[in-house]
Design a protein around this ligand. Structure first.
Ligand SMILES: [Zn+2]
Ligand SMILES: [Zn+2]
Length: 507
């Protein structure tokens, strides 16, 4: 390996000092004061337009200096000296944004396909909503630098109640079982406890209480029989899919929850409450009470509760199965999905009843009401984070995050706010704002280089020139090669681990 002596180090530090980087640079990061060391792994991005994620306007002709997995400096500079170990990349005309986070993803354990699809599309961090041992194993190997993959925040197994549509959940019927499930989550190394729609209010309260005792956040679906106001007071950290919001903000809310509670509790009963909840939620749009919504949103802000609306998957699942299966975009993207997962997706789609055009139109109208509600939440100051349900049926990892950003803008967020939902705000939601989410000195070296301005048109986030993950620069040729490798791996029959939960309960 080339050695970096005091001369090179001094020249580089002197160059850094001549720039207007606006922040002191620690010479220690470059091994100053030590004898000649191996050449550092430094990448200098020059002439870029930087959109740093803080909300500041784009900074033209900027330089970003990366040292290993850290951002060493950001600002303006004179010409870079030619030194061993220093790679200079000219990004004239390009836009640099922070690496994107998808805060609602599944099935990341397919490491040579799903995990890489995120990275190649600029999604350098994800929150996996159903942790299994394979997910933790992948995280260990990604952190050790053995394999390429997104940074991972990992949920527990889904904890749910009787009637759950998923066979592999941690099913709880009593408060004692609910508390025990929280301990299993803690012992399994989960970053947070994942709650789901079919939990009883009593079990949910026990999970909230026990999570606090073991020091884990809890997040996921607000259970169908728990008003959102109650979930906010209990401190459920993120609420997924905008579920239950119309029921909870109806001026008939108390009556609607009383109806749900009065319905049979037996999932085999044709009048089981679980079969009625989507209808009740849709009908509640007609009795929406904006003042009640405003009060709820204010309380969400005060309590630091986040919403992950997953607009794209809800919209897609409003369509008839044959529409989804016949979509040429869906067909084209399938080649990147492991064949075992393709089979699961297809089987799920085959058991969905077809929808009449009237039913689809009704669901899409409901989707529009959800967009309006989301915009009201955003304007009230509630934190919105981008999540996709990637890995769930026909939601393509990596691709979907860009679809989600476009829908957030369609809902009324500015392109900057949409971008922040997957960068600065995602980091804040995860408690990781000190290390990710914006382009700032000392933060992790995760960046996306775009061909065009995402603030002029949010769909420009799809026009990726390069991805930088943990300081590793993946340029156009690297990305093309990676996509070919993902496609090849997807057709291998052995990609499926033993457990393949990937789930949700969209209408
Ligand atoms: Zn999900
Ligand atoms: Zn879900």
């Amino acid at each position: 390996m080339e050695s970096w002596g005091d001369v090179e180090r001094r020249e580089f530090l002197s160059w850094l000092a001549r720039g207007t980087f606006g922040a002191a640079v620690a010479g220690g990061a470059l091994g100053a004061g030590r004898p000649a060391a191996a050449a550092p792994d430094i990448t200098v991005l020059v002439r870029a337009t930087v959109i740093d994620g803080t909300g500041q306007p784009p900074a033209r002709n900027s330089t970003v200096v990366l040292s290993g997995d850290r951002i060493l400096a950001v600002g303006q500079h004179p010409e870079v000296p030619r030194l061993s170990g220093v790679r200079v990349v000219d990004l004239d005309g390009k836009y640099v944004i922070p690496g994107l986070w998808d805060l609602h993803a599944h099935s990341t354990f397919f490491e040579s396909t799903i995990a890489l699809l995120h990275v190649v599309h600029g999604v350098t961090g994800i929150r996996d909503m159903w942790g299994v041992p394979e997910t933790h194993d992948l995280r260990r190997r990604v952190e050790a630098g053995e394999v390429l993959g997104p940074r991972l925040v990992i949920a527990s197994t889904v904890i749910d109640g009787p009637g759950s549509p998923w066979p592999d959940v941690d099913l709880v019927r009593t408060e004692a079982e609910a508390r025990a499930a929280v301990h299993r989550a803690k012992d399994g190394g989960a970053d947070f406890v994942k709650v789901y729609s079919f939990l009883s209010p009593e079990c949910y309260a026990a999970i909230a209480d026990e999570s606090g005792k073991v020091g884990l956040p809890f997040a996921g679906h607000v259970p169908a029989r728990v008003p959102v106001q109650v979930a906010v007071e209990r401190g459920q950290h993120t609420h997924e899919h905008l579920y239950n919001l119309f029921t909870s903000t109806s001026h008939n809310a108390e009556e609607l929850y009383a109806q749900l509670t009065a319905m049979p509790d037996d999932p085999t009963d044709p009048n089981w409450w679980g079969l009625q909840l989507h209808r009740i939620e849709r009908e509640a749009v007609a009795t929406h009470d904006p003042a009640r919504a405003e009060a709820l949103f204010t309380r969400m802000v005060e309590r630091g509760i986040w919403q992950s609306p997953t607009l794209f998957v809800e919209r897609q699942m409003s369509l008839s199965p044959e529409t989804i299966l016949g979509d040429p975009v869906v067909q084209d993207r399938l080649r990147y999905i492991p064949i075992s997962l393709r089979a699961i997706w297809l089987a799920r789609m085959r058991v969905r009843p077809p929808r009449t055009p009237q039913e689809v139109a009704e669901l899409l109208r409901f989707g529009d009401a959800r967009l309006r509600l989301l915009n009201a939440m955003h304007e009230a100051g509630v934190g919105i984070v981008a999540g996709t349900d990637a890995g769930y049926t026909y939601v393509f990892p990596g691709f979907a995050l860009h679809d989600e950003l476009a829908l957030l803008v369609r809902a009324g967020l500015s392109p900057m706010a949409a971008l922040q939902s997957a960068t600065r705000d995602a980091a804040q939601c995860l408690g990781r704002a000190h290390e990710t989410g914006t382009i700032a000195v000392g933060k992790q070296a995760d960046l996306v280089v775009l061909e065009a301005d995402p603030l002029a048109d949010i769909t420009n986030t799809r026009r990726i020139h390069a991805v930088i993950t943990r300081g590793r620069y993946l340029g156009p040729q690297d990305r093309t090669r990676m996509l070919a490798e993902i496609e090849a791996a997807a057709s291998e029959p052995d990609e499926a681990p033993t457990a393949t939960p990937d789930s949700c309960c969209h209408p």
